[in-house]
Design a protein around this ligand. Structure first.
Ligand code: ZN
Length: 161
């Protein structure tokens, strides 16, 4: 069957950045299963998979706007190190959960200069073009339960319950 809304799709994928560095890939023998048409994949990839079939292979380049968003300088803030008291050994690359008026926000430590620490609230892949190599392993219809939960159940799904 062709991929459409409410299909459960299993894919093997490799994700590279502009320099050809592998950022992410599915585990050998364990394809990623997702529910199509429910926002579980980035829009640029989901769109290209629509209408494809089991066994198809495709190369997809997704621009930032269709991926994890453009890089937003407004999400970068400098805070004094004492604002991070309770966190030992603050290091570049560390992921933290910062409290803000809008709630908890995931941030990455991107710079430490003297007493100032730079926290970046952008998704680590924001602003990047994403290059996917995808092979579609399986396409099936979702069950009623999967549709009501909005995600895939079973061996290759998010969770089992
Ligand atoms: Zn569930």
């Amino acid at each position: 069957m062709a991929i459409g809304t409410d299909s459960v799709v299993s894919i093997h994928y490799t994700l590279k950045d502009d320099t050809g560095t592998v950022i992410d890939r599915s585990e050998a023998g364990e394809p990623l299963a997702y529910l199509h048409g429910h926002g579980n994949l980035i829009p640029g990839l989901e769109q290209e998979l629509t209408g494809k079939n089991s066994g198809d292979e495709l190369s997809v380049t997704v621009p930032p706007a269709q991926g994890y968003g453009e890089y937003d300088q407004g999400l970068v803030q400098n805070v004094p190190r004492r604002a991070l008291r309770g966190i030992k050994d603050v290091k570049i690359g560390m992921r933290l959960h910062a409290q803000s008026p809008e709630g908890t926000q995931a941030v990455t430590v991107t710079k430490i200069l003297g007493d100032m620490v730079t926290l970046d609230g952008n998704h680590p892949l924001a602003g990047k073009s994403l290059h996917f190599e995808v092979r579609i392993e399986d396409v099936r219809a979702a069950t009623e339960e999967e549709l009501s939960h909005g995600h895939v159940h079973g061996p290759h799904g998010h969770h089992d319950h």
